[in-house]
Design a protein around this ligand. Structure first.
Ligand SMILES: [Zn+2]
Length: 140
C-alpha cells in the first residue's frame, strides 16, 4: 500500500492508488491546503461525533482521482449549487442584500454525473480536448 509522503507533490488516490499530482509546481504535501490537484479532488473532514477514530481532532485530508470520483459516484451524494436564480455565471451565486449560495436538494451523485455527461456528450463530442479527456471515465 502506497503512503502519502510529505516531501512529494503527489498523493495516491484513496481508492485506486494512482498518483495524483498537485497543480502548482514547487509544492509538497505539507502545502496541501494551498494547492489544487490535477485530475483529482482533495477531500477533507474534521470528523464527527459517532466516529470512533476521528472526532473533531483536526483535519484529515485525502485525494480521489477523477476516474474514481465518477466510477464510485453511485456511493456518493451531491449537493449542487443552483444557478437558476442568479446571473448563471459559474461561481456567481450571490444575489440580494444578504447573499447566500442557493443549493438544489441532495441527490445521488451518479444521477448528477449521468445527466452532466449526457449534456457534455451532446455538446462537445466533436473532437473537443476536454471531452476527450473525461469521456473515458464514463465509458468504462
Ligand atoms: Zn483513483
Amino acid at each position: 500500500m502506497k503512503r502519502a509522503e510529505l516531501d512529494s507533490n503527489t498523493i495516491p488516490c484513496l481508492l485506486c492508488e494512482r498518483d495524483v499530482q498537485m497543480g502548482h509546481p514547487n509544492t509538497s504535501l505539507t502545502d496541501i491546503e494551498k494547492s489544487n490537484f490535477d485530475q483529482g479532488v482533495e477531500c477533507r473532514t474534521h470528523g464527527n461525533y459517532g466516529s470512533q477514530v476521528w472526532d473533531m481532532d483536526g483535519t484529515i485530508f485525502f485525494v480521489i482521482c477523477d476516474g474514481c470520483l465518477v466510477k464510485h459516484s453511485a456511493k456518493m451524494l451531491v449537493k449542487e449549487r443552483d444557478h437558476s436564480e442568479t446571473n448563471k455565471e459559474f461561481g456567481e451565486v450571490l444575489k440580494g442584500k444578504n447573499p447566500k449560495p442557493i443549493y438544489k436538494p441532495v441527490r445521488n451523485a451518479r444521477d448528477y454525473y449521468d445527466e452532466w455527461f449526457k449534456w457534455l456528450d451532446e455538446k462537445y463530442n466533436d473532437g473537443d480536448s476536454y471531452y476527450d479527456d473525461v469521456s473515458p471515465y464514463f465509458k468504462k
